[in-house]
Structure formats: C-alpha cells, structure tokens
Design a protein around this ligand. Structure first.
Ligand SMILES: Nc1ncnc2c1ncn2[C@@H]1O[C@H](COP(=O)(O)OP(=O)(O)OP(=O)(O)O)[C@@H](O)[C@H]1O
Length: 339
C-alpha cells in the first residue's frame, strides 16, 4: 500500500440519532453530523475543534466503524469502507484506530494491560502469531514509554498518563495508518498533557501516522496540527492550513473560539479582541435556517437566514460564510447597527 493513497476521506457524511418524543409523536431525527467532508493523510495532522455537542465524537465513532452513517461516504486507501462487506470493512478499519478521551472508562478495569493491548490481535487472528504476543506487547509498551512489567497490572494500578499510554499502545497494535484522537489529553492532569502530546507527535513522525486530532481547546490543536477544521452544529465552517486559520481566522465562529482560547505566553503576542459568544448552541434537531451560526453571529444579515453558505475558498482556506471577506477585515465594512 502506498502512503499516497492510504488516506481517509469522509464525503458528505451524515450521522443521525433517532429523535425523542412521546409514543404518538416522533420528532425529526437529530443530524449530529451533517454533510461533512474531510481528508486525513498519513504523516499529517488535521485538528478538529468545536464546542461541546457539535458532533465531534459522533464523527470520530462513525469513522472507526462504531456507528453507521445515515448518508455520505467513507473511503480509505481508495476503497469505500462504509459499503464494504463485513470482512473487507473489518480489514480496512483495522488500519483506522482510535485513542479515546477518557483513559479511565475506555480500558476494561477487569483486564490486565497485556490483555487490553492484545485485543486487536484477538479480533484479527491472522495478524500476529500467538507465540509473539508477549514480545510484541513489550515492544508496544516500550514504544509508548512504559516498562514491560506494566503488562501484568490492571488499569486501576496505573496513573492517568500511564493509562492513556496503554490506550495509545492498544491503538498501535494493528499498525494503523490513521489514528483518530478524540480529545486524548483533556481528561489528563495538565502536568502530563504535554508529555502525552509529545509522545503522539513522536509516534506520528516515527510511524508516518495520519491523525484526526479532536479537541475543544484550540491552543492544544494549534501546535500539533498541519491543518485545522472548525466544526459548528454538525458542519465544518472553516478549514485550511493551521497557521492561516489560527493566525487569521475568517469565520466569525472561528474568531470567537480563538479569541476565547487561553494564550500560553500572553506578553509575547499582541492582545486580541475578545469576542464573547452569546446564546446557547442551537439543538441539531432544529438548526436555524440558512447559516447555522447566524443566531450567535455578530455579522449576521437577513441573507444569512435565507441561504446556507457552502464552503468556498477565501484567503487560502475554505470558509462557509457569506461575509468571510468582511469578517477578515474585522467586520469594518458592515453597518455597525447589525454587528
Ligand atoms: N446516543 C445519542 N442519542 C441521541 N442524541 C445524541 C446521542 N449522542 C449524541 N447525541 C447528540 O448529538 C449531538 C452531538 O454529540 P457529540 O457527543 O457527537 O458532540 P461532541 O462535539 O463530541 O460533544 P462533547 O465534546 O461534549 O463530547 C449532541 O446534540 C448530542 O446531544
């Protein structure tokens, strides 16, 4: 398989949950992910950010095959994954692994580390011969910076950082090309977050992995990402090279997220205007008409309620906003009354 083709492509993906409601009334389905497209390439990191509830975890779980999409396509290495027969799907998704947010709940508390790390080999029986498991487990643990003796421990005997390293070792066991990291450091102590991020960055370099790196904290993704995608209510509103999106955001939502992100060395950068987002994130069961962000947008115009903006190229990135050019200049060309 060539690195050039072993990429993950998500096209117009839609993932729904059945609506709530009473016995006589069923509401509309919740489209937690709605017509979303992205590409993850081996050796590169795509950072995905958005507020809680925007559909990040739903997207992650669908990509690794834990949920079935309601629409759209998932391709890996030039093969359609979501419509493949079960055996092919299993083989393809073995190369797309996930590191979970919570290293406490994602590891089976009743199993030793040696069992957890070898889970994938039990499912994909042809991958690693049984007599190699002990040595290969020690290799995997060494790769993530853990001593071989930890193979005999249970998760509760490990620190949070060690548990997340076990989760990473488990994800690496099947030699994936793509790893979906769903908020991999947000449940860890601040003191071990940087070590875990450095480990993930080293593994990407050494193994040529492609990451979809999900986080709500922009300052975390900025430094690990080559490209950034910003998600709002199930859709991507801005995506492009990390430097362009982070240093000069074009979508009013990206601007608000970045203005609210903590700055590691505030004295070293020019102060940014803080944009306070007002109002709640609308429910994906009944998203606003037109632009989904318009109910919280400082630049919203009547047109925004009528026509949903599609992603289009503006200043070297893709942005879904009718007024992206205006937004890039700080909104200075709009009537202040509507800002
Ligand atoms: N099992 C479910 N049944 C119904 N609705 C769900 C279910 N899981 C998630 N949702 C809804 O789908 C939307 C997206 O949820 P999701 O957990 O994917 O978002 P998220 O961005 O990962 O949030 P967080 O960062 O809090 O995990 C939310 O509106 C959520 O309420």
């Amino acid at each position: 398989m060539s690195t050039a083709t072993a990429r993950l492509e998500v096209r117009q993906l839609r993932v729904s949950y059945p609506a709530g409601g009473g016995p006589f009334h069923r509401g509309p389905d919740i489209h937690a992910v709605d017509r979303l497209s992205l590409t993850v390439t081996p050796g590169r990191t795509l950072g995905l950010v958005g507020e809680s509830g925007c559909g990040k975890s739903t997207l992650a779980r669908t990509i690794v095959g834990l949920r079935r999409p309601a629409g759209g396509e998932i391709w890996y290495d030039g093969r359609r994954v979501d419509h493949a027969d079960p055996a092919t799907r299993r083989r393809l998704t073995a190369e797309i692994q996930m590191v979970y947010q919570d290293p406490y709940s994602s590891l089976n508390p009743r199993k030793k580390v040696s069992f957890i790390v070898t889970e994938g080999w039990r499912v994909h029986r042809d991958r690693v011969p049984r007599h190699e498991w002990a040595d290969r487990t020690a290799d995997l643990l060494a790769r993530v910076g853990l001593a071989a003796e930890l193979a005999d421990r249970y998760p509760h005997q490990l620190s949070g950082g060690q548990r997340q390293r076990v989760g990473i070792a488990r994800a690496l066991a099947l030699s994936p090309r793509i790893v979906v990291c769903d908020e991999p450091v947000s449940a860890l102590d601040v003191s071990v977050q940087a070590q875990t991020l450095n480990l993930l960055a080293d593994l990407r370099e050494d193994l040529g992995l492609g990451y979809l790196f999900i986080a709500h904290d922009l300052s975390v993704v900025r430094h690990i990402s080559d490209d950034l995608a910003v998600m709002y209510l199930g859709r991507i509103v801005e995506t492009g090279p990390a430097a362009a999106v982070y240093d000069n955001p074009a979508h009013p939502y990206t601007q608000a997220l970045i203005s609210a992100a903590p700055v590691p060395r505030p004295w070293a950068v020019p102060p940014r205007e803080r944009i306070v987002l007002t109002g709640e994130v609308p429910s994906p069961a009944s998203p606003p008409s037109g632009c989904r962000f318009r109910t919280r947008c400082r630049l919203a115009q009547p047109r925004c309620a009528e026509i949903e903006p599609e992603l289009r190229t503006v200043a070297g990135r893709e942005v879904a906003c009718h007024y992206a050019e205006t937004s890039l200049t700080g909104g200075a060309t709009l009537d202040p009354a509507v800002r």
